[in-house]
Design a protein around this ligand. Structure first.
Ligand code: HDD
Length: 683
């Protein structure tokens, strides 16, 4: 008899029942008692011969593997990529040939700096790594939610990471860049300034993994069947639109729900609301590269979409949660070197260094060269070679042939195939062997300025506030001033706001640029979050705070309006037992008020009975619920009985983000929420 439970890739997971369900040791021996060790007498010493105890404890003692040296905290999800536009003229990659074909994928989102057990809403870059199990091998696109990087040469990566992670003497701060070591390194590495603008912007505090973009960062090559090459940059565009939180909200979410992002992804997929991203490519040739203001091999630069439009060629749908976090999310091993025929690397020195580091790190993390045998890492296409043995070898070929060339027959005897085998693009290279940074990498401020001027006023304020917060955590004044000296080369307005925030009255001398910045690059709307928000409230969550006796007609109208919008509604109540509404119907609670603060919702509605009105206005968590929603510019709907609470929470300035709700206008409220935030309140 078998139980079929959820499995990945179509194969059901088999679970045996009846006698076969008997607990056994790893050797398969049935266990009679898993509660008590073997002792000499009921109160006597434990016997060494207790093999059941020893095996259990031995295995437990070895459960942990080293966490990733960066991107330790992550969350993985299965999905598939569907090709919408074939590009054989650009690439011979099998995955890009047949429109409508679906390729299985595994995507892991992550923060960078924090340990595995850190919180989700750190101000940090997010990893966005996707493994495509193509018919011609695995292709890993190991990107971030920011299109540029801190450094230009992989040689500096250990320094960058050391500087941002906990200081070696004290072992803190955890999962944050707001400290002297990080800003010391940054202020001495002007190439990093552009990326810090992104990092201080709301891009580094996304509302959800579902609401952020992804970027392959580097320039790669696409190579077609005739061997012709084009350059390419890869983009992920969320169909859900972009959305971030505000910093004060991020701080509070970390306390309320440190797992906010992973829970959000799990819940959305569990509810069948599958997030999707379009895969876009920016394709360009040598002529463009030669005329572009910056070096296309410099990972601290992007190519504005206005200069090279993003062409959408397919869609990624994430549609299945993992069955086992360790087996899948923890053991997945991404390597930038995993590319397939039709895609190739360029000479970007950051990318070339990564190609060594990822393979190397998997050896340490997963314990041996056979990590490709672990199901999440194994290709889903046939694979044959003469690699053998090593720790935990799971694919062990039969027969005597294990070398090439050989003169044995065809059976189980793999051969090279020049027709479909991977060939590197035959780029001509020559040069003097030396350690030098190319002159063409020397402009550090122009794109930082372009990013700043592309933002809305609110977003610019947030960037300035981000720098002010982080630098205020730096105890060393010279470090603060050195960062300021770089910001003066980016934009006067930004430098002034930060100086004011820090209380600096005497501005430092601007840093000496390695190359004079270009100050007339045009703004690029694609760089702003607020200019690229969604056009509906779909995928977002309303926090509906109810008391006993709340008017049922209003509750039903709100539930319907938000369901029609494709949004979720979470019921918040004074007690976890839920509430009984005016018509006697009941609502189960998703959260008790102190466990469900408004920071975990995108908009809130307060529907109270007259009886509850006075008492709830005095309740502290209820006051916080409202005052936070108000301070974070959220849309708030309420019924009359909630007015005393609004007053007590200081949210009684009836601006355009507030709406008294009735059965007749619940739909209007849901539509208003499409704007996500009432930013005018902050202005
Ligand atoms: Fe990296 C992990 C993304 C530069 C070395 N990196 C890692 C992950 C992502 C990125 C998303 C997590 C993968 C997962 O979920 O398992 N890294 C980037 C991007 C970079 C970048 C977009 C710049 C464009 N990384 C970078 C450099 C080096 C590394 C320059 C070293 C030379 N990265 C690693 C690593 C990690 C890693 C140490 C840690 C765990 C792992 O690889 O599997 O090898």
């Amino acid at each position: 008899m078998t139980d079929e439970t959820r499995g990945k890739g179509g194969e059901p997971r088999q679970q045996t029942t009846d006698r076969d369900r008997t607990m056994t040791t790893a050797q398969g021996g049935p266990i009679s008692d898993d509660q008590n060790s073997l002792t000499a007498g009921p109160r006597g010493p434990v016997l060494m011969e207790d093999h059941v105890f020893r095996e259990k404890m031995f295995h437990f003692d070895h459960e942990r593997i080293p966490e990733r040296v960066v991107h330790a905290r992550g969350y993985g999800v299965h999905g598939h990529f569907e090709l919408k536009e074939a590009i054989p003229e650009l690439s011979a990659a099998d995955i890009f040939q047949r429109v409508g074909e679906k390729t299985p994928t595994f995507t892991r989102f992550s923060t960078v700096a924090g340990n595995k057990g850190s919180f989700d809403l750190a101000r940090d870059v997010r990893g966005f790594a996707t493994k495509f199990y193509t018919k011609e091998g695995n292709w890993d696109l190991v990107g971030n939610n920011i299109p540029v990087f801190f450094i230009q040469d992989a040689m500096k990566f250990p320094d960058l990471v050391h500087s941002v992670k906990a200081a070696p003497d004290r072992g803190f701060p955890q999962a944050q860049s707001a400290h002297d070591n990080f800003w010391d390194f940054i202020s001495l590495s002007p190439e990093a300034i552009h990326m810090t603008l992104w990092q201080m912007s709301d891009r580094a505090i996304p509302r959800s993994f579902r609401f952020m973009e992804g970027f392959g960062v580097h320039t790669f090559r696409l190579v077609n069947a005739e061997g012709k090459s084009h350059y390419v940059k890869f983009h992920w565009k969320p169909k859900q639109g972009l959305q971030s939180v505000v910093w004060n909200e991020a701080l509070k979410i970390n306390g309320a729900d440190p797992d906010f992002h992973r829970r959000d992804m799990w819940d959305a997929i569990d509810a069948g609301d599958f997030p999707q991203w379009d895969l876009g490519i920016q394709v360009f040739d040598d002529e463009f590269a030669d005329n572009f203001e910056f070096d296309i091999l410099d990972a601290t630069k992007l190519i504005p979409e206005e200069q090279v439009p993003v062409r959408i060629i397919g869609t990624l749908t994430l549609d299945a949660n993992v069955d086992n976090f360790f087996a899948e999310t923890e053991q997945v091993a991404f390597c930038t070197q995993n590319i397939v025929r039709g895609i190739d690397h360029t000479n970007d020195p950051l990318l070339q260094g990564r190609n060594f580091s990822y393979l190397d790190t998997q050896l340490k993390r997963l314990g041996g060269p056979n990590f490709t045998h672990i199901p999440i890492n194994a290709p889903k296409c046939p694979f044959h070679n003469f690699q053998q043995d090593g720790h935990m070898a799971m694919h062990n070929p039969k027969g005597r042939v294990n070398y090439e060339p050989n003169s044995w027959g065809e059976d189980g005897n793999p051969r090279e195939n020049p027709e479909i085998g991977f060939k590197s693009y035959p780029e001509e290279v020559s040069g003097t062997k030396q350690r030098v940074r190319s002159e063409t990498f020397a402009d550090h401020y122009s794109q930082a300025r372009q990013f700043y001027i592309s933002q809305t006023k609110i977003e610019q304020q947030h960037i300035a506030a981000g720098y002010t917060f982080e630098l205020s955590k730096c105890q060393e004044e010279p470090i603060r001033l050195r960062v300021l000296s770089h910001l003066m080369n980016v934009h006067d307005d930004l430098a002034k706001q930060v100086a004011e925030g820090l209380g600096v009255t005497q501005m430092p001398e601007p840093a000496t640029p390695a190359r004079e910045p270009i100050t007339d690059l045009p703004p690029s709307d694609a760089l702003s979050i607020l200019k690229n928000g969604p056009d509906s409230f779909a995928g977002r969550k309303l926090g509906l705070y109810l008391t006993d006796g709340a008017e049922a007609a209003v509750v039903e109208a709100l539930e319907k309006a938000f369901a029609d919008e494709g949004a979720m509604v979470a019921i918040v109540t004074p007690h976890i037992q839920g509430v009984t509404l005016s018509d006697g119907s009941t609502r189960a609670a998703d959260e008790k008020i102190d466990g469900g603060p408004s920071v975990v919702f995108d908009a809130v509605a307060l529907v109270f009975s007259d009886d509850a009105s006075g008492k709830i206005a005095k309740n502290k968590p209820s006051q916080d619920f409202v005052s936070d929603a108000y301070a974070h510019n959220k849309f708030i709907a309420w019924t009359k009985a909630a007015e005393p609470l609004l007053k007590a929470a200081g949210a009684d300035d009836m601006d355009g983000g507030m709406m008294e709700v009735s059965p007749d206008n619940a739909t209007d409220f849901a539509k208003t929420c499409r704007k996500l935030r009432f930013w005018e309140r902050e202005e």
